[in-house]
Design a protein around this ligand. Sequence first.
Ligand SMILES: CSC[C@H]1O[C@@H](n2cnc3c(O)ncnc32)[C@H](O)[C@@H]1O
Ligand SMILES: [Zn+2]
Length: 428
Amino acid sequence: MKKLIKGATVLTLGAEAPFVGDILIDGSRIADIQPAINAEADMVIHGEGMAAMPGLINAHQHTPMSLLRGFSDDLKLMDWLDKKMLPAEARMTPEDMYWGAKLAMAEMIKSGTTAFADMYIHMNEIAIAVEEVGMRASLTRGLVFLEDDGGRRMLEAMDLIRRWSGKAEGRITTMLGPHSPYTVPPQPFREVIALAEQENIPLHTHLAETKEEVRMIREKHNQTPTEYLYQLGLFEKAHVLLAHGVHLNRRDIGYLKGMRGGVSHNPVSNLKLGCGIAPITDMTEQGITVGLGTDGAGSAATLDMFEEIRAAAWLQKLDYGDPTKLPAKEALRMATAGSAELLHIGHDTGTLEIGKKADIILIDLRKPHLQPHHDLYSLLSYCANGADVDTTIVNGNVLMQGRRLLTIDEDELFKQVSIRAKRIVDGV
Ligand SMILES: CSC[C@H]1O[C@@H](n2cnc3c(O)ncnc32)[C@H](O)[C@@H]1O
Ligand SMILES: [Zn+2]
């Protein structure tokens, strides 16, 4: 099946400057990108007046937490987690995970996200939802080792990996997910790292999100959270996706230098929880890959990656007192090629290139806030929002066109969400 996008302003986010042209999709991949393509196609997508760019990639998510959006705000992270989220999560059924993940995916597709990294529980139901909806995802069973469970969580983590890696036409990949330095003691952390190294499985974990975490790890191990993970051998033994990295000193950044993977910066969640500003300019200057994510909707509020792009750029300018920090194009590249590296799918996604997967979004520029067109990178980083996305394509399949979702029934979704969200929070 061939599809032809005609007359869009193409931003490959690779080496080329933006140009008006066509994109030919053959099956799941980009077959050609040119100023004009004369080819037969089964479907023509009219891109006139629109910008075509790589789909945004959300590098850190907890999708079912969309059911907990707005339920518990304005709390400190540890109170929010221990007193509100964990009791609510204990009441969530596998079916809730499925519908929560679908709600998150509906929002992501409608705001131009084509791929995401997810860490949660009952991941089998989330994988089924991803398979049905058509997005690309890296799925991880989150592992907390604060009490003995006879190995059940590890079995679930390995079951997810064995059952779902490479499935859904190759759209699903998997990772191992020790939750954080404060929920995984040294011995189980070592065992997870050894397994990751032995079986060549990437890891996804939280790191140095709050000052309280730094204090807890100092009291328990007399180390910074980053030193704790470094001394366990994490950064040399596996590809690692680190979420947050807010409280890193110069020496901590040195430990990350040369690592495979990198850091997911989640600026809106960090702002809302009052965590601080991650030193991502210092990281990128040391060659550390930085991508962007939202975190779960329970902490971030929305899953609109355009808000993350804007917050990331503007917070670096504020933090350094220097508006030249994190320029517009770099911020867009963080949300695309940067995040793709973290998900370990950079060879296939993150830029528009012949041979790469056709994960493409079209943004309708025919809006007052997206005129005139001096610099499209500035316009998309600083002025656009998720509602400007007209079309979302993943793996060559159109998941949204003219803002209509083609693989999710929104009426049924909203009905399920409203019943389930109420049941989960009643009594918490
Ligand atoms: C064991 S599955 C993942 C686990 O992570 C929790 N979570 C959600 N947001 C955050 C965050 O910002 N920092 C730490 N942990 C977070 C979520 O509630 C799940 O229990
Ligand atoms: Zn998180």
